[in-house]
Design a protein around this ligand. Structure first.
Ligand code: AMP
Ligand code: MG
Length: 498
């Protein structure tokens, strides 16, 4: 018999994390599943990653994405990490239901992890089964891809496979596996894992790995680890401000769910706000509202202080000196965040120039929206359509309960616009490019997941995904995707489903 034709490997792996010492992870293969079936493949992302979509649909590839066959060149492992969960310290977490297959280089030259999430138990599973229910897997797929289309740094979703097995939560649910793509899966909690063990050698190796991978120019600095901290602080300030700009609530901002690359990671009970209120919480496990919309910048600051604590032994030989440097670096977060927030919201209001009083104009709108129970997304998108001359306010005005307060604010906004060099049409074009018409509204996401999981019907999910792929352009006939929920459609809580 002739030899089979030589196969090009599915992925061209180049694994650097697996080269770190053994205490960084546990090497193990995914646990096979009964009947892996490819449900979704993100062909656009596959191409960006230099992968062949047709090959990813092959039977052999589906076996790999289901965890039944380790692809050539992979070095499967579960990463070790620790973390503060809801403020409480947990010395050992780790990938309890995820396996890193390896790293590939995309068309853009960027190295990315390929991880299977829901791929079976690991030494870090604690009481968990190592599996994921299909609903939450599809939720991560749709929301992470929506975030990417909104231009917000995030992990990506390459594929969803059903396992042919049930997972048991409050009832039996179909199991799913997500192929997650990330610039890395290194978290604040990864640093905490080694800091808690006073393993300074590992901390240094980890910090060097993160510098090489995410912040290579920090290496040029005389104080590279201080520089590293500074870069991570800046990335988080930008990231959280970007979340705020689209009304995104992460839901579980534990230190183990904060990526040091500055990407949104670990989509659990996350949600986009409809009606604006800074106290908005959706997560069914967030009883105290710790991770409410308006608390997110403060929590990011707190998490970064945890990271700074870990880096102390690398920052300076003198403990006192290290503490002072770390403190200074962390103290920059509020200013950095405010600057990013003002930059984003100024752009959302169509302002090109910068004035000190703009922060008041932004706050004024947000306060008016809160009192007027206005829809966050529709308000900003609506403002994008208003003219500087006025007289066409009703479309936005009607979003407010007691619209008189809006009349006062909009007059101030117009007075400010009058000082701007841009004309209406140039301003509107810019505003439409930052104020999305479509976000993954909860009621739409829930309905699409319900159809997929309970009704075996993927069409609503695919339709929603298609709309969310170009969130800034009006898509005729898709008006219902822009609308907030009717009272009976409102989703008040989201579940992480773990
Ligand atoms: P999360 O809140 O999803 O970020 O998860 C926190 C920790 O619990 C991580 O260490 C996860 O790997 C682990 N975990 C979550 N769900 C499961 C599960 N079903 N089986 C095992 N570990 C899990
Ligand atoms: Mg997590």
């Amino acid at each position: 018999m002739a030899d089979p034709a030589p196969r090009t490997p599915l992925f061209t792996f180049e694994n650097t994390y697996a080269r770190l010492p053994e205490r960084f992870f546990t090497k193990l293969d995914p646990t096979p599943v009964q009947a892996p079936r490819l449900l979704l493949l993100n062909e656009g992302l596959a191409r960006e990653l230099n992968l062949d979509p047709a090959a990813l649909r092959s039977e052999a590839a589906v076996q790999s994405l289901g965890g039944n066959r380790v692809p050539d060149g992979a070095e499967p492992l579960a990463m070790a990490y620790a973390g503060h969960q809801f403020g409480g310290w947990v010395p050992q977490l780790g990938d309890g239901r995820a396996i890193l297959l390896g790293e590939i280089i995309g068309r853009d030259g960027v190295r990315r992890d390929i991880q299977l999430k829901g791929s079976g138990p690991t030494p870090y599973s604690r009481m968990g089964d190592g599996r994921a229910a299909l609903g939450p897997v599809l939720r991560e797929y749709i929301v992470s891809e929506a975030m990417a289309a909104l231009g917000i740094p995030t992990t990506r979703s390459l594929a969803v496979v059903t396992t042919g097995e049930a997972v048991f939560r409050d009832r039996a649910l179909p199991g799913g596996i997500l192929t997650r793509i990330a610039r890395s899966h290194i978290r604040v909690g990864t640093f905490q894992f080694f800091a808690a063990r006073r393993d300074t050698e590992a901390l240094r190796l980890l910090a060097d790995h993160v510098i090489d991978r995410h912040y290579p120019d920090a290496r040029e600095s005389d104080t590279p680890y201080r520089e590293l901290l500074d870069r991570i602080v800046a990335a988080q300030a930008d990231l959280v401000a970007a979340w705020m700009g689209v009304g995104f609530i992460h839901g579980v901002m534990n230190t183990d769910n904060m990526s040091v690359a500055g990407d949104t990671i670990d989509y659990g009970p996350c949600a986009f706000m409809d009606t604006y209120h800074p106290g908005t919480v959706y997560s069914s496990i967030d009883h105290g509202g710790r991770y409410a919309y308006g608390n997110q910048p403060g929590i990011a600051h707190w998490n970064l202080a945890c990271l700074a604590q870990c880096l102390l032994p690398l920052i300076d030989g003198s403990e006192e000196q290290a503490l002072e440097i770390a403190q200074d670096t962390i103290n920059n977060f509020p200013d950095r965040y405010r600057a990013a927030h003002t930059r984003i919201f100024s752009a959302k209001l169509g302002l090109e120039t910068v004035r000190e009083s703009d922060a008041d104009l932004i706050d004024g709108l947000l306060t008016t929206m809160e009192k007027g129970q206005a829809d966050f997304t529709l308000t900003f998108r609506g403002l994008s359509e208003l003219t500087g001359a006025g007289g066409d306010d009703e479309s936005v005005r009607s979003l407010f309960v007691g619209p008189d307060a809006f009349d006062g604010w909009v007059a101030d906004w117009r007075a400010r616009l009058a000082t701007e060099p841009r004309d209406d049409s140039a301003r509107q074009t810019k505003m439409r490019a930052i104020n999305p018409a479509y976000i993954p509204r909860n009621h739409l996401v829930e309905a699409a997941l319900d159809a997929a999981v309970e009704g075996n019907d993927l069409e609503p999910l695919q339709d929603l995904r298609a709309v969310l792929q170009t969130p800034f352009s009006i898509q005729p006939g898709q008006e219902r995707y822009a609308q907030p929920p009717k009272p009976d459609e409102e989703v008040k809580a989201t579940f992480c489903g773990t």
